[in-house]
Design a protein around this ligand. Sequence first.
Ligand code: DX5
Ligand code: ZN
Length: 243
Amino acid sequence: MSDNASLSPTPSTRTLIAPSILAADFSCLAQEISKVENADWLHIDVMDGHFVPNLSFGLPVAKSLLPHTDKHLDVHLMIEDPARWAPDYAEDFDSVTFHLEAVDGMDEAITLAGELRERGTMAGISIKPNTSVEPLLDYLAHFDIILVMSVEPGFGGQKFMPEVLDKVRALRARIDADNLDTLVEIDGGIGIESTGPSAAAGVDVYVAGSSVFGHASPSSQVDALREAAHAGMRADAQSDQRS
Ligand code: DX5
Ligand code: ZN
């Protein structure tokens, strides 16, 4: 576990870059994650072939990373029946996010998040691009992370959907108004171009798979994403001053 959050120019947001190992070479994961020592978090996508039409890996492979890093390990469960599996991940990982669409309503989501927190992990909830953020807004204090999907979950390398930034803005406004610590995370199609607008909308955590591990220098891409986020926030602050 680590606490290497880099402070950003906007006090209400942080800038945490989270490379997704889904885009890494699975035959040598330890070597791959050593290429992104300058990242803040590592993002771990678990897919079950049911909730999403793709299968990635499960707990044993995720746990195989533990001896190789002391970074914050951020698990994203794209699985059915998360109440059955998520608590096992809470034992070893720093944050565990499940999907709102995979549980039976907000009551079950809040109960599961509470169980995850009791086990000492940060509790996250994720919404797909077509899921409204409205039902979550009155319950943000029950979650440490809200993960806004900016592609349909299941595959890396898809195109960023800018329309989801309306949901990020709604989350940012409510989190700041209620003075909460809940982090806003964005996942899917994050590269240099999508990071600036995401930062201006109020994102804290940037998941990036193919743009990092598909780059000739993954670590320089991590730095470039962080710089693009800071630039996006500065531009947003300047436009606020002008308006
Ligand atoms: C997609 C996963 C993402 C994926 C992102 O369902 O949740 O974390 O790794 O990959 P890119 O950054 O390539 O869109
Ligand atoms: Zn993910």
